[in-house]
Write a protein that binds this ligand. Sequence first.
Ligand SMILES: [Zn+2]
Length: 464
Amino acid sequence: MRRLGERKEGSPERSELERLVRFYDPPAIDDRPGSGHPTWLEANGWRLLARPGLDGSGEEIQRFLLPDGRAISARLDPGTGRVNVPFSLAEVYLNYVHETWRRSTRLRALSPRQLAAYYHLKRFIPRPVQLSARRVLIRLQGDPEFPRWPLDESVFRLLRFYAKCALLTAGETDLPFIWFWPRPYKAAALLTHDVESAEGLRLSVDIADAEEERGFRSLFNVVADEYPIDWGIVRELRDRGFELGVHGLHHDRSMFSSRAAFDAQQPGVKRMAEKLGAEGFRSPALHRVVDWLGDLPVSYDSTVPHSDPYEPQPGGCCSLWPFFIKNLVELPITLPQDHLLLALLGHRTIAVWQTQLERIELMNGLAQILTHPDKGYLGEPKHRALYVEFLDFLRDRSDLWIPLPREAAEWWRSRDAGHDVDGRFMRGAARLDGEGTVTLAPESMLSRREDIPHTVDVRRRLGA
Ligand SMILES: [Zn+2]
């Protein structure tokens, strides 16, 4: 089996984790999966799903606890200088971002049959009753232990652990990589909206006005066959520089009810994308089978939440960065939705959005917000005022890149390919200090240490 970092002769093929960090020259880490079933490992509050292999010898870099109380360790062999990790780092990464972890977790989700019944009954239940029922459910459930809500650091910790193993393998204190975002930005943010009704499409113009006044453009996702579409508004939004996307053919779970249903709907998605001039897709109510999304006839998708325990399909990829599913770029939704925060949880301020954005910016990730222009969402004046407050909060953040989602997807592709077409690449570096702490930052920033987050638990001294 190919080890992480080890490439086939003459092939630029990288593992998905290597594509995230994008070292210019990834060192070959000796990470071997075991042959058993995946199991949860734990290290100082960090949970990862892996097939544990054999413990090697050498200085301990990090110890991982198994559910049965045994421990296995990643080690540095002082003789050979090789780092040995007793599981596959690439596999751990995919278990997060493809939501494979859901199979190894008892979820508080509704079964497909319960979901079908829910959608059947929903139209007969008045909206206020629906809302209060969901509120009660949320209170009973409480916040889950994994993924953490609203922010889960699992992938952040994995990428730093991977960088540490790479640094120790290379015997370097600095390793250069292609920085996550174009020069000169530290992090990125995307403004996106799902339009749920004909009235929502009319109200989209108000939202677009508020954004344009502040110099922003955003994405509006439209459902193909759910409500009459005013194509005049679609054209207006497009002419003003906003992006249009496909929000499913019908606003239900039908596309993901079976693989046959998924395949049957793809020609319709393609036609709708052409009509809208769309390059992206978002599934209705974020229904999904992550592995299938790679077969959508679009360039990118933004359906997978970072962490969302309260949707009809709870889950999350735990990542703050885009990732690939086959050749499709996935842009995760990383801020709580307007509906959850303002309608269900009843927040009267944007404090959660602000804190989440600041934390994502510190971790150099992607902050993607999903709101709805419709009645019951931003269509309510008090909710709209909060969204405008959030736009004002974004306006003065000069370290934040705020492109259209299709531009972010295009960037992620060119970064992955190593094609610096217009000089936007910036060198980042992974740095290991004498205390075993890893930081990832633009090279030009590594001297300004106060800007760099230190949220990873690392041992005070290697092997101590
Ligand atoms: Zn929707």
